[in-house]
Design a protein around this ligand. Structure first.
Ligand code: BGC
Length: 749
């Protein structure tokens, strides 16, 4: 029978008082009511089901939906036995199921995933998180984290996909699709500009409209387009409002981007209740301080319309219906073991593909086991204090300990002698240098474990690690450094060492992938998703007003010139540029072809990449765009990338499709995206500073033609267009006019 027939023939069943009485008497009968409830008709669209359910709810019941309760997860809703609504369980996070639960897979950190530039891996990564969440009875995965590495000091850099909005949005979309393919709601976070930890709960970021649209919004737009079910608002303020009460929630996420799911506040974030409701916050987490009786009172006193509350509840129900939480709820419990050998294998493969080879003088790597008979391994990070995962809400419990020293020893085998020195203080450094001098090769593992809540106090390696590297390198020119970092780090000894790699925070598979790369069982293919500065002064946010801010105000005055855009714009030579990463083979680029620009703004660009070396390897070809000079865009912006695996001598024909959105900049006067006319330059290469092919195209008339314009993006959204007639013009309710910024006004602050 066709679906629409089935739908029409199903009688609508109202919940009767008798049923309600029965249901309240015990969970067994719940199934009966659910079976009879009209909103359980799976042939209806999710929105209609949400409306049907909503129509049966009392004010008390609705209020109970929009704030947190205690429960097994880091965030919990409540169930409603009368109506058969399950309690929503929310758990971190971006690198695997977190918040202290065991029996899970500690995946490599998202920054490492970004270094793979591999969208298939990103999808699988999200899928594994979804599978494990579901196995533990979790409905919402609090990730991915799609803030950007604006400052390499950021304590949560490891949770992000790096400094570039294009790479970040591509990774975010796949991560989200993966999670949600398992009927788990993804929770993109933190909207917006939560790019530092220092004073994150108290500071306000000041950032201009164009920069927001071109740099900090794109990952969130991509998340919405990927169908993300929830978004967490940040702790920090943005342009006069706390993120959780910001008009950006409604005007941008909901109206302009078309987000249909729910927005929750970050855990215990500051916000004023009425402003937050009017501007688009839907769920208070994890507490019940404002979206409980204060909200109820405001509704009863006609300060807030009940339709506002309905919209909040509907938005929570919508992804619950979409992702099967009513129809096919997860049956697992939080203590179940959900990690599997296949997931561990995935962690290994991903870690392998995210390791970045920064330098490799005289092809010291891969190690030649015919000529290397002794290795001096040094550094506490190699054995006594390895770095697996970052700290805070993204910290995942490790199922086992796979340290670098043990795995280097295992892979080296009995024929190669290994020494180990921690090298963490003066005498110990001298000892490490002596051991290095006696060995054929020295491997020094160094790094810093960062986490949520604090930023790095400096971009240098902590304690005596720089001295250790310098001493070892002085003793043995065949020194290899392995960096365990979440973002760019100063490497004052860079010229002294023969080889350097970044292993990031690899997760549970730490030593094995590293040994595979060092000994050449695998060919490195990772590329930097962040810039490594040559000095602390080089970084874009290099004044106290920019970072960490003064008087709790942080000015994003570098504007569009964030990350590599800054270095390129000012002609500053970083230590290692964005997109850089070497291989044990070589690649050549040829045959660039830039097609015509269509009237709707599409350009097809093709080129060939060949493996010109002697072993098979993967190359990540990157396409950068330069806008016509008049519009004041940074000199190079990533607008495409392709990863290809090539055996020696093989070539691949790559196609990049640019769309009008790639050619547009945000016109802050007209408040919309605009494609400028003029000459655009295409640059394709192996990194942002290793451009191999150059081409041009010319935009001569207005793009796109009106027939294909993406209205949502061209529309200049205004505060008053959000949430219909109930919107109380929050933008006009300036926070400055309220008496106490730090205490919610309804508490008399
Ligand atoms: C973090 C979020 C996290 C939440 C729940 C907050 O402190 O900023 O990223 O999802 O806690 O653990």
């Amino acid at each position: 029978m066709p679906k629409h027939f089935a739908r029409r023939m199903k009688p609508a069943i109202a919940i009767t008082a008798r049923m309600i009485g029965v249901v309240m008497s015990g969970p067994l009968i719940l199934d009966e009511v659910r079976a009879a409830a009209p909103w359980m008709d799976t042939s209806l669209p999710a929105n209609q089901r949400a409306n049907l359910l909503l129509s049966q709810m009392t004010l008390d019941e609705k209020i109970a939906m929009v704030h947190g309760f205690s429960g097994p997860c880091v965030g919990n809703g409540t169930n409603n036995a009368r109506l058969g609504i399950p309690a929503l369980h929310l758990q971190d996070g971006p690198a695997g199921v977190a918040d202290g639960v065991q029996g899970v897979t500690a995946l490599p950190a998202p920054i490492l995933l970004a270094a793979t530039w591999d969208l298939i891996l990103a999808r699988q990564y999200g899928t594994i998180i979804g599978v494990e969440d579901r196995g533990k009875g979790i409905h919402v995965s609090l990730g991915p984290m799609i803030n950007l590495v604006r400052v390499p000091q950021g304590g949560r850099s490891f949770e992000t996909f790096g400094e570039d909005p294009f790479l970040s949005r591509a990774m975010a979309a796949e991560h989200i699709r993966g999670i949600q393919s398992q009927q788990v709601i993804a929770g993109a976070k933190h909207f917006v500009c939560n790019d530092q930890e220092t004073w994150r709960g108290n500071e306000t970021t000041y950032v201009d409209e164009r920069t927001l649209h071109e740099i900090y919004f794109p990952p969130f737009l991509a998340a919405v387009r990927a169908g993300v079910g929830s978004i967490t608002a940040a702790y920090n303020g943005v342009n006069h409002y706390w993120s959780s009460e910001s008009p950006l929630l409604g005007t941008k996420l909901k109206v302009m981007f078309g987000f249909k799911g729910f927005i929750d506040c970050d855990w215990g974030a500051n916000f004023a209740m009425e402003l937050a409701v009017n501007n688009g916050l839907d769920l208070e987490m994890p507490y019940d301080t404002r979206f409980s009786s204060p909200l109820q009172t405001a509704i009863q006193s006609n300060i807030i319309a009940v339709s506002q509350l309905d919209d909040m509840v509907r938005r929570i129900f919508l992804p619950m219906f979409q992702f099967g939480i009513f129809d096919n709820p997860p049956t697992g419990s939080i203590t179940d073991i959900v990690t599997t050998p296949a997931h561990a294998q995935f962690a290994y493969q991903t870690a392998l593909k995210g390791i970045v080879l920064l330098k490799n003088s005289n092809n010291l790597l891969p190690l030649n086991t015919n000529s290397v008979h002794s290795i001096a391994v040094c550094g506490s990070v190699a054995f006594s204090h390895p770095i697996w995962v970052g700290g805070g809400s993204a910290q995942v419990y490790l199922p086992y300990y796979d340290d670098p020293l043990s795995e280097i020893s295992n892979r080296a085998g009995a024929a190669i002698s290994i020494t180990y020195d921690q090298g963490d203080s003066g005498g110990s450094i001298t000892q490490a240098a002596k051991a290095a001098q006696m060995a054929d090769v020295a491997i020094v593992c160094v790094g810093e474990q960062t986490g949520e809540g604090t930023d790095r106090s400096s971009l240098s390696l902590p304690s005596d690690q720089d001295s250790l590297v310098s001493a070892v390198a002085a003793a043995n020119p065949r020194t290899i450094v392995v960096l365990y970092e979440g973002a760019g780090t100063l490497m004052p000894w860079n010229d002294q060492v023969a080889a350097a790699l970044v292993a990031w925070y690899p997760g549970q598979e730490n030593g094995r992938p590293l040994a595979s790369i060092l000994f050449g069982d695998a060919n490195p293919s990772g590329k930097l998703p962040v810039t490594f500065p040559a000095s602390a002064e080089q970084v874009p946010a290099n004044t106290p007003a920019q970072f960490p801010g003064t008087n709790l105000q942080v000015f994003y005055s570098e504007g569009l010139l964030m990350g590599y855009r800054w270095y390129d714009s000012w002609g500053i030579e970083p230590l290692y540029p964005f997109g850089h990463g070497l291989s044990y083979t070589t690649f050549t680029y040829s045959n660039l072809n830039v097609g015509p620009v269509s009237s709707s703004g599409q350009v097809t660009i093709t080129c060939d990449v060949s493996n010109s070396g002697s072993r098979s390897g993967a190359e990540i070809a990157q396409l950068y765009l330069r806008f016509p000079a008049a519009v004041g865009e940074p000199p190079r912006q990533l607008k495409g990338f392709k990863k290809v695996l090539l055996s020696p001598g093989a070539s691949s024909h790559l196609t990049f499709n640019l769309d009008w959105e790639d050619l547009a900049y945000w016109d802050a006067n007209a408040h919309c995206w605009t494609v400028p006319t003029g000459i655009f330059r295409i640059m394709i290469g192996a990194s942002s500073r290793d451009i191999r092919l150059n081409g041009l195209f010319n935009v001569t008339s207005r793009i796109p033609s009106s027939a294909v314009a993406n209205c949502a993006l061209f529309q200049a959204a205004t505060a008053s267009s959000i949430l219909g007639s109930n919107f109380r013009a929050a933008a006009a309710t300036g926070r400055a006019s309220r008496p106490g910024r730090w205490a919610p006004w309804w508490r008399g602050g």
